[in-house]
Design a protein around this ligand. Structure first.
Ligand SMILES: [Zn+2]
Length: 130
């Protein structure tokens, strides 16, 4: 706790840390990013915070916004690309602007992740459709 305070992270921010909430999944995806030649994203991925849940009807939706920036559709931003990472029987789709991770979606919702996200007191923000 003291170390966190010294590092400047508030308790709330800490609660939203993807790595702290889902350490195994984080480690797996981080290794896959490196394998996929996307090592440049690991710095952002290390400190990734969950800012908004996806606003869809699915009970266990595991997609989330990793930025509080007012971006409605990342595809409209300069430097946008999507990074597809296969893991287990699933695939994670990272929406990236240069080396900033904006949104993460899972091709198949991960129930354990969706359950945690649903219990968090997070605002919801729709994912761009199209
Ligand atoms: Zn959703």
């Amino acid at each position: 706790m003291l170390r966190q305070a010294l590092a400047g992270g508030s308790f709330m921010e800490n609660q939203q840390s993807f790595k702290k909430l889902f350490p195994d999944l984080h480690a797996k995806l981080k290794a896959k990013l490196v394998q996929a030649g996307e090592g440049g994203l690991t710095v952002a991925f290390e400190d990734l915070e969950i800012h908004y849940r996806c606003k869809c009807e699915h009970r266990f939706c595991s997609s989330f916004w990793a930025t509080s920036r007012a971006i409605e559709d990342p595809r409209d931003e300069d430097g946008y690309r999507s990074v597809w990472i296969k893991f287990d029987e699933n695939e994670a789709i990272f929406d990236v602007i240069i080396n900033e991770i904006i949104y993460i979606e899972f091709e198949t919702n991960i129930e354990s992740v969706g359950e945690v996200l649903a219990k968090m007191d997070l605002p919801q923000k729709p994912y761009f459709v199209g």
